[in-house]
Design a protein around this ligand. Structure first.
Ligand SMILES: [Zn+2]
Length: 125
């Protein structure tokens, strides 16, 4: 009987009713592409919902204000403080160190750090 190949759509002659491909090659190609497509679909990252975008914009502003506040209090630069973000403990030890060596104003930043940690659910101790 004549059948149409599922992959290349050429007609081919076969004695087997269940045969779907004109060749091993087409059978392989068809299954390979199908499984690849299904794997890709499975692992495709879900798109950010608008909600998430708004949330992250809001928290970006919170982070910016927090670092700016530390910057104004300690006089340490925004970039230097930001390089340790979001590790608040590292930011704190950086500030502590800079205060010891005299590069930062000696102000207590614990309260600001704690507030920020609470606000964004970050670790700080
Ligand atoms: Zn074929």
């Amino acid at each position: 009987m004549w059948k149409e190949c599922k992959y290349c759509h050429r007609e081919f002659w076969t004695d087997y009713i269940k045969k779907e491909y004109c060749s091993e090659h087409c059978a392989y190609k068809y299954n390979y592409e199908r499984s690849r497509a299904s794997i890709l679909a499975k692992y495709k990252k879900p798109r950010n919902s608008i909600d998430n975008v708004i949330k992250s914009k809001k928290s970006n502003k919170v982070v910016f204000n927090f670092i700016m506040e530390l910057n104004q209090l300690t006089t340490l630069s925004y970039g230097k403080l930001m390089q340790y973000y979001p590790d608040l403990n590292k930011i704190k030890s950086f500030i502590d160190y800079q205060q010891v060596v005299g590069n930062a104003k000696k102000v207590n930043v614990d309260k600001i750090m704690l507030n920020h940690a609470k606000q964004l659910n970050l670790d700080f101790n």
